[in-house]
Design a protein around this ligand. Structure first.
Ligand code: PLP
Length: 356
């Protein structure tokens, strides 16, 4: 990224001089790197500021463009707030939204999805992997049901891209959003994949102006961020397999050791789950009482809420957890640089606090 902050400072949209061409070359290289990671064509990738923007463009963009076909969208109660709040905003404008339930494992019932489909359904939005529990829905089966109903399938793959081998062709995903900072890229940059063939998906733009990104997202491109995103894709493609093997072993170790504690259980399916995430309930102990005693360990409460009075996690609630158990749950996310020593240290710290 560094040269693009300094000597290669051109604007990628400047067509009349070499500074612009240099920047544009870098953007096109990054577009190809994103496309290679998820197996699509570079023409199907547009750059965004991250997944929240991508989600807004995907859901609002479909709703506004397919009004003549219908007004109904299906999603899941455990989606990220960016999806749920976007749906709520559309509801206020008259959209009909179905929020599917999940079971105790965090998984939807495919039969319930089939029953929810209507002739007026235009979009189904199901995330690839949940950010609080790591739970992964059966995406391929879902995509088949969605396409049988002639609808568009959008997946928020923010947590999965760069960690799993995602193939939008194989998995029949029509729109997918990703965000660089989830796989060691810079913050504030992401991309949206929009299928061009079988079916061709068209979106109504949400940001108008100079017509950048094929008219879908006007605004001067964040060249440095885009270069960083492209490089992160490149590195992820070559390293994610090894990372997955190593990290999943560490996650298993962490869980085995913590689960030994009394009244402790894992939230969500342990079969259909992203390899780096675990969400553990330490019953009868408020998670904040553990978290505040380990300030140097970056863990999260079930809820992403940052206000003083944290709400119980909507994800755990949808899975049927009582509020007390939700308040006692902690999400641990392991990464590329997590070591065995760190796992041991965290286990010792948590055990000590709980025993106290
Ligand atoms: N979707 C999921 C599943 C996420 O985990 C996040 C970020 O935490 C987002 C969407 C929002 O992404 P961004 O921060 O890039 O807007």
């Amino acid at each position: 990224m560094l040269p693009y902050f300094t000597e290669k400072f051109g604007n990628a949209s400047s067509r009349t001089h070499s500074f612009g061409w240099l920047a544009d070359d870098a953007v096109q290289t990054a577009r190809q790197q994103v496309a290679d990671l998820i197996n699509c064509s570079e023409q199907e990738v547009i750059f965004t500021s991250g997944s929240t923007e991508g989600i807004n463009l995907a859901i609002k963009g479909v709703w506004e463009n397919y009004q003549s076909k219908g007004n109904h969208i299906i999603t899941i109660k455990t989606e990220h707030k960016a999806v749920l709040d976007t749906c709520r905003a559309l509801e206020k404008k008259g959209a009909e939204i179905t929020y599917l339930n999940v079971d105790r494992e965090g998984l939807i019932d495919l039969q319930e999805l089939k029953s929810a489909m209507r002739p007026s359904t235009i979009l189904v939005a199901v995330m690839y992997a949940n950010n609080e529990t790591g739970v992964m829905q059966p995406l391929k089966e879902i995509a088949d049901i969605v396409h049988e109903g002639g609808c568009i399938f959008f997946s928020d793959a923010t947590q999965a891209v760069g960690k799993l081998n995602i193939d939008v062709q194989e998995e029949h995903i029509d729109i997918l959003c990703l965000s660089a900072h989830k796989f060691y890229g810079p913050k504030g940059i992401g991309a949206l994949y929009i299928r061009r063939r079988d079916p061709r998906v068209t979106l109504f733009s949400q940001i108008d102006g100079g017509g950048h990104e094929r008219g879908l997202r006007s605004g001067t491109l964040n060249v440095t961020g885009i270069v960083g995103l492209g490089k992160a894709c490149d590195i992820a493609k070559s390293e994610m397999w090894d990372d997955a093997v190593r990290i999943s072993k560490l996650r298993t170790r962490l869980e085995q050791l913590l689960i030994e504690l009394p009244n402790t259980f894992i939230n969500g399916s342990t079969k259909n789950r992203l390899f780096n995430t675990t969400n553990i309930c330490f019953q009868e102990i408020r998670s904040e009482n553990i978290i505040k005693k380990i300030p140097n360990v970056a863990v999260a409460m079930g809820s992403a809420c940052t206000s003083a009075i944290a709400e119980p996690s909507h994800v755990l609630k949808a899975m049927g957890l009582i509020d007390e158990d939700s308040y006692s749950s902690i999400r641990f996310s392991l990464g590329k640089y997590t070591t065995e020593e760190e796992i041991k240290e965290v286990v010792e710290l948590v055990k000590k606090i709980i025993n106290q």
